[in-house]
Design a protein. Structure first.
Length: 140
């Protein structure tokens, strides 16, 4: 195992319900460390660029609408095997399919309002971190 960094987003359904602390506690309990963090409101252009890989999917427009509907908390998580560990603690994309104890099982509302995003590979983690943070904003 290696120390990795991954991008995590706390989505508008969670900022709206004032439960960002609950999400962060779950991540920290899983052994992940927040090394960069900010609460921002994405523009449509930022959301479209971030989710460009899903451009052809039927849910793309609604996903962009949702991700710009309120503030998000973007954060870089660091730890041993951070990419897989974050995905494990988040649970399946659809909260109905998420394992007990995961963030999405406990906190998410549905497949769109699913509270968190996490990078799915080392390559995408590097791209997604660079889209959201400059090097000097990652402070350890
Ligand atoms: P996320 O990990 O942020 O990556 C893409 C997002 O699209 C996903 O989480 C879901 O919240 C959202 N989404 C909305 N509808 C669907 C769907 N039918 N299948 C997969 N993802 C969906």
């Amino acid at each position: 195992m290696a120390v990795e960094r991954t991008l995590s987003i706390i989505k508008p359904d969670a900022t709206e319900r004032n439960i960002t602390g609950k999400v962060i506690a779950k991540l920290e309990e899983a052994g992940l460390r927040v090394v960069a963090q900010k609460r921002v409101r994405w523009s449509r252009e930022q959301a479209e660029k971030f989710y460009e890989v899903h451009k052809e999917r039927p849910f793309y427009g609604e996903l962009v609408d949702f991700m710009t509907s309120g503030p998000v908390v973007v954060q870089v998580l660091e730890g041993e095997d951070a990419i897989a560990k974050n995905r494990e603690v988040m649970g399946a994309t659809n909260p109905e399919e998420a394992a007990a104890g995961t963030i999405r099982k406990e906190l998410a509302e549905n497949i769109e309002r699913n509270s968190v995003h996490g990078s799915d590979s080392a390559e995408n983690a590097a791209i997604e971190i660079a889209l959201n943070f400059s090097d000097d904003e990652i402070v350890g």
